[in-house]
Design a protein around this ligand. Sequence first.
Ligand code: ASP
Length: 438
Amino acid sequence: MKKMALHWKILLGMFLGILVGLLASGFGAKELVIDWIKPFGTIFINLLKLIAIPLIIASLIKGVSDLKDISKLSRMGGRTILIYLTTTIVAVLLGLLLGNLIKPGTSINEQTRQELLDGYSTDASGKIEMAMAQKDQGPLQPLVDLVPGNIFSAMSDNTNMLQVIFFVIFFGIGLILIDPKKAKPVTDFIDGLNEVILKMIDMIMLGAPYGVFALLAALIVESPSWDLFKALLWYSVTVLLGLIILILVFYPLLAKTFAGYKYTKFFEGIAPAQLVAFSTSSSAATLPVTMERVHEHMGVDEEVSSFVLPIGATVNMDGTSLYQGVAAVFIAQAFGIDLSLGAQLSIVLTATLASIGSAAVPSAGMIMLVIVLGAVGVPEAGLALIFAVDRPLDMVRTITNVTGDATVSIIVAKSLGLLGKPHVRELDDYYEKESVAT
Ligand code: ASP
């Protein structure tokens, strides 16, 4: 019998998870799923989160010190930021274009609008409060937040990833600048550590099909009624259409144009990370998988992947920015507010910044949407309109965010001559290669 490729196994896990979730909902066995299946999904997410900070530390120190030259680092940094910004702006523009063309907000009638506003106003005000806390900070606060006062407290919370990245790059630069003889024991240790962590990710990935099975079964039994999905159908279709254009057309096209990457090769490489992104709704939790896929299966040198991907997971969220563009237009339309060209341009600016500021965790994009709405004078309470369908859309925007990061790493690697052949590791053979079972 042929061994199944990992992405097929994960897809099968997802399918069975949905099936079990639907059956459990139908037979009134929701509690059973929540008590006995959901915990395995939580364990899978925890394992991914557990490995994220050690992975960033080991692979980024290795990546930076392998560069051996600070000018190379700044060249890579400049390109990364520039391409990240460009793709994010393209994404918001696409969101605005689709929102204005499809006009999803006009399809929602007065009664549904009121029902949604009443039904979700408490949930929405929770998010609005969170956003306000962020908004009240001074303009340079994000810069201040970048520099941790204590590395151990920064490492103790996965949401401080940028602070850890700052420290690690700083450390890596120090390592390049000291006498190579003195640096050697440190780099040797980091090399070994990096190998161990990569192996741990390989082992976690063996559990991915079971993890996503549990996550999806739980998601189905906990999801709100389907009626609301119908009311918000046009809004959902607009967001999904935009995200699908990015995933299926924009990124593979960029990879093909700038790195000569074949369409099928691109998806074969990134698919497992996309499926994990879909199941966890968190680019941060998916980061270990994205790094493993991009480095070992897509041929991006570790010097690039270890730098571009952790930064991308926290700042580059094209799916989120596209969604914020569509959502702002949708809510404005539903309230009968006309957005001028000036207002739409300020959506481009604020959604770009808001997506950079969004944490890489479930529904973070919705919190930052409050700031976009505030900037163009659309009532923030409008968040209640889109609450019901946020989770499924979040799942797809997380795929987009992760695919965008992977694409940029391919382009940056190619431009620096660091895109080579993938090197699949031993344990991958266990599940990846087509072998004949005896
Ligand atoms: N869940 C998304 C992510 O982790 C962020 C968002 O809510 O858009 O990439």
